[in-house]
Design a protein around this ligand. Sequence first.
Ligand SMILES: [Mg+2]
Length: 231
Amino acid sequence: MIKVISFDGDMTLWDFEKVMRHSLSVTLAELRCHIPGQASAGLTVDRMIEIRNSAAVELKGKIINLEEIRFHAFKRTLESIGCPDNTLATHLNDLYLKHRFEDIELYPDVIPVLDILRSDFTIGLLSNGNGYPEKCGLPDRFSFVVFSQDVGVEKPDADMFHTVSRCAGCDPCEIMHIGDSLESDVAGANGVGAVSVWLNRDARLNKTGIVPDYEIRSLVELAELAYGCSI
Ligand SMILES: [Mg+2]
């Protein structure tokens, strides 16, 4: 009997990749205003993503706050073009975060489905990212929000799902978790005996060996599934 429905954020409720690339483009243009010419000419959004990802790997266990990691990434980006400047890195980080939150677009199926489900289920966000609902167009929609940067581990770690149990006051087997990642969302939910739902918007092939309890193409399919599992 399902009582609680937890949602992944990035690529489940909103297209993080799109807003991240857009926000980096805006930030790169700002960087070029401050550092014109040869130094910044070769810098690209893809290179900035590489720098951010390697910073995240290097800082793992030392810094878990994602905004701080992003700041370090801008600091390293400036160092990489021979222009170290912490004040500019702070400015670029603020600009990036402004766009990263303000320009986010929810997938069109999100609000209608949350509004249907919230009257009969406890609804929450369970994310390895930092998509704060109030900054992402979803204020007052969730009864609980669990971020890996607060728990100290990431999905698929069982502690993430046990935190949901504690927040929602339910057993793991009463949770249905929906997400786009087989490795994080589906494997994590399966590991604690929750009901796993793989949101596969692009009809990708599953070559992982990780088997979801259910697979859906759109959140529209979720309402039927959730009510079917709660009878
Ligand atoms: Mg995701």
